[in-house]
Each structure stands twice: as structure tokens, then as C-alpha cells.
Design a protein around this ligand. Structure first.
Ligand code: RFL
Ligand code: PHB
Length: 389
């Protein structure tokens, strides 16, 4: 088989790239290790920046999102029983949108299928060959039979555990990592959200986040120990702990119910450089990870796709390679700022096991500064709604 762009990974990054390229007449094949249902079963991000929303429209898949998403003009930040609002709209003129990654991915799969897009599921042993030559190719097996795709470019959209990043030799690749000493225990429940905005809650007992998907679907998280497993936490224990970490008047109004999903995610900051090697381009979680506190994971994936897509269009339509040549530099410049914001917001809101009394006072002073200072709120809001592409 031959295609112009071989895309490894059928998560949001790979699907969005494939759909955008299709709209510009550029052919691609997506190779996905799992099934469509498996990918759609993963409950992940919930907040989209305006840049992501714009890309979905450009890809021609914004219709259901426009109908079913919720615009959020601000968020609540609390510490113990104290709380304040950050009004993104007032501070930056921009808002964010609540629309789950599951829905984004579903819309993209539906669009690719409606246009006969080539997605191969259940691929095993994907290998990228000769990425540093003019004739790269990808091999893989499905149901025991071997296949080969010759292509012009390879997009590595296969997440943190994929093969694409590992294809770049260690003599070229440099990785930066910070692992946090806690995780997030998340549940999804068919209950009305406790508030119409998200609540990022710091407390003596650790961090909690009240989020949502729609009027009757709530997503809540609590900071947990890395040694915990979801089975250690009954629903009742989760609700009780959540209530102890959010301001009392929210806790009193919290509607609880059975969880329909419960999982633990470890928190990590990670960046690999460069994001391009020859004709291989890394995008999204394949190249970088942020802790979820700033809601930047999916949104940084989208900015990578924006740069790569525009670079590929300029290459095929105008014979101009500047965008591709500068892909790594442009993507990384934005990524590092999102890494900084996610690290800062994570450090601000969580309890750390080795935190001294002084460290705690610094954290509380930082939160008080954010509460009282409009410039600090503007910095937070500009980062949260997303820095320009
Ligand atoms: P994905 O979504 O991981 O998709 C990669 C796809 O590649 C496939 N794959 C392979 N396919 C073929 N061959 C191989 N060798 C392959 N290896 C892997 C995988 O099956 C998968 O389908 O990466 P992508 O597309 O870059 O998208 C990035 C986002 O998924 C990610 O940034 C966010 O979901 C991060 N994230 C969150 N972000 C937020 O903004 N808010 C959140 O609440 C949030 N929660 C999360 C998260 C990430 C999590 N992970 C990675 C464990 C919760 C979790 C649990
Ligand atoms: C979510 O709704 O899953 C969510 C929202 C905001 C975050 C992280 C996760 O910062």
C-alpha cells in the first residue's frame, strides 16, 4: 500500500490530522493498535481551548460539538472553605468549552468513516523504517499477516507508550521528565454537577477537582497516593473524601450516586526533543505529557496538529517546506509554556508528601496573591484559555 502520510495512532491527534489532511486532498492511513470501542472507552480530557474548537470546525466536525458543548467563562479556585472566581472572559475575552475527549474522538471516527478514511485497527508490531531517508515506510501485522505502507511522511500520534518516539535514536533524542509523588483518582457519575463552573479545590487533605460532561454527568477527581488502586476506594469513601476537600456549601449540595467509571492516573511532566527526525513527526502525548491540572493534554496535542497540518499543506500545495522544517521549534515553543503552566498549577494546588510548614505557607501566599491580584489572574486566565498558536 502507498499513502502520502502514514499516521501511527488513532487517538484524537491522529484522527484530527487525518481528517484535516483529507479536507485538503492529502491522503493518509491511520494505524491503531486497539479497537474503536476501546479507544472510545477511555475517559480523559474534558476542556477544549478555542484553538481546538476552531480546528474541529476546520476539519468539518464541529456540528455536534456546537450543539452539545458548554461554554465556560470562568472557574472557581478554592482553598478549604475560601473560594474565588477567575473570569476568563473578562480577563482575556476568551472562554473554554466543556466537551469530552470521548465525544471529540467519536465525531472524528464518524467523519473518517463517512468519508471512507483508511483506519486499520488491531495493528501489531508497528515499525517505522528509514524515517531519515526520502523513502520511509511502515510495517505492521494484523491477524498474523504482515503489511507494508510506503509513504512520504510518518506522523507519530501513538501516545506516551507508542513506538514512534522510540524510533528516534538516543544520540538525537533528549527527554525531560518530572514524576509527581501522587495520582488522581477520577470517577464519572450520572449525577448533576455540583456547580455550573469547574472547582479546583486545594485543601489540607489534598487536591480535588469538580468537573462535568453535561447536566447529568459529573467528573470528579481527588489527589490520591500512588500506591492506591481504584478497588481500594468504594464510591462512599470517594464521596466522603471529596466533600472534605471542597468548600462546605458545595459539599452540602453535592449529589452523589454510583460511579460508572473509576480510574487512577499518575501525574507526570515530560517533553522529548526534537519532535522531528527526518520524515517522522511526533505529535501529542507521543512527544509530551502534562499533569492534568491545567487541562492542557489534549489542547497541546491540537497545537502540534495545527503546526504539522499547515506544514504538510504548504509542502503539498505550494512546495514550501518552511513549516515542516520549523515544526519542532514552533511546537516546542508552545509546549514548554503549557508545561510551565501545568507544573505551576499542579504545584500550587496539591499537597506534597515532603512539604514543610514553610512550603505550605508559600503555597497559601501564592493562592492569596492569585485571589487578590488582577495581573496574576490575567496570567492564569491567558494560560488556561490557551496561548496563541
Ligand atoms: P492518545 O490519546 O494516547 O492516543 C494514542 C493512540 O495511539 C495508539 N497506539 C498505537 N497505535 C498503533 N501502534 C502502536 N504501537 C501504538 N501505541 C499506541 C493508542 O491505542 C491510542 O489510541 O494520544 P493523543 O492522540 O496524542 O491524545 C492525547 C490525549 O489523549 C491526552 O493528552 C489527554 O487525554 C491527557 N489526559 C488528560 N488531558 C486533559 O486535558 N484532561 C484530563 O482530564 C486528562 N486525563 C489524560 C487523562 C491522559 C491519561 N493517560 C494517557 C493515561 C487521563 C489519563 C488516564
Ligand atoms: C475533566 O473534566 O476531565 C478535566 C477538566 C479539567 C482538568 C482536568 C480534567 O484540569
Amino acid at each position: 500500500m502507498r499513502t502520502q502520510v502514514a499516521i501511527i495512532g488513532g487517538g484524537p491527534s491522529g484522527l484530527l490530522l487525518s481528517q484535516l489532511l483529507h479536507k485538503k486532498g492529502i491522503d493518509s492511513v491511520v494505524l491503531e493498535r486497539k479497537t474503536r470501542d476501546y479507544v472510545l472507552g477511555r475517559i480523559r480530557a474534558g476542556i477544549l481551548e478555542q484553538g481546538f474548537v476552531d480546528l474541529m470546525h476546520e476539519a468539518g466536525v464541529g456540528e455536534r460539538m456546537d450543539r452539545e458543548s458548554f461554554v465556560h467563562d470562568g472557574t472557581v479556585v478554592s482553598y478549604g472553605d475560601e473560594e474565588f472566581g477567575i473570569n476568563f472572559k473578562d480577563l482575556t475575552g476568551t472562554s473554554v468549552v466543556v466537551y469530552g475527549q470521548t465525544e471529540v474522538t467519536r465525531d472524528l471516527y464518524d467523519a473518517r468513516e463517512a468519508m471512507d478514511g483508511k483506519i486499520v485497527f488491531n495493528t501489531e508490531n508497528v515499525q517505522i523504517h528509514e524515517a531519515d531517508s526520502d523513502a520511509p515506510y511502515v510495517t505492521y501485522t494484523v491477524d498474523g499477516s504482515e503489511h507494508r505502507i510506503d509513504c512520504d511522511f510518518v506522523a507519530g500520534c501513538d501516545g506516551f507508550h507508542g513506538v514512534s518516539r522510540q524510533t528516534i535514536p538516543l544520540t538525537v533524542r533528549r527527554e525531560y521528565e518530572k514524576v509527581y509523588p501522587f495520582g488522581w483518582l477520577g470517577i464519572l457519575s450520572e449525577t448533576p454537577p455540583v456547580h455550573d463552573e469547574l472547582i479546583y479545590a486545594g485543601s489540607e487533605r489534598g487536591f480535588a477537582l469538580c468537573s462535568m460532561r453535561n447536566d447529568n454527568l459529573s467528573r470528579y477527581y481527588i489527589q490520591c497516593s500512588l500506591s492506591d488502586s481504584p478497588e481500594d476506594w468504594t464510591d462512599a469513601a470517594f464521596w466522603q473524601e471529596l466533600k472534605r476537600r471542597i468548600p462546605a456549601h458545595y459539599a452540602e449540595n453535592l449529589v452523589t450516586g454510583p460511579s460508572i467509571e473509576k480510574s487512577i492516573a499518575p501525574l507526570r511532566s515530560f517533553v522529548t526533543e526534537p519532535m522531528r527526525w527526518g520524515r517522522l513527526f511526533l505529535c501529542g502525548d507521543a512527544a509530551h505529557i502534562v499533569p492534568p491540572t491545567g487541562a492542557k493534554g489534549l489542547n497541546t496535542a491540537a497545537s502540534d496538529i495545527h503546526y504539522l497540518y499547515n506544514g504538510l499543506v504548504a509542502h503539498y500545495h505550494d512546495g514550501d517546506d518552511e513549516g515542516l522544517d520549523r515544526y519542532s521549534e514552533k511546537a516546542l515553543a508552545r509546549i514548554w509554556k503549557a508545561e510551565r503552566f501545568s507544573w505551576w498549577f499542579t504545584s500550587l494546588m496539591h499537597r506534597f508528601p515532603d512539604q514543610s510548614d514553610f512550603d505550605l505557607k508559600m503555597q497559601q501566599a501564592d493562592i492569596a496573591f492569585l485571589r487578590d491580584n488582577r495581573a496574576a489572574q490575567t496570567v492564569m486566565a491567558e494560560n488556561y484559555v490557551g496561548l496563541p498558536y
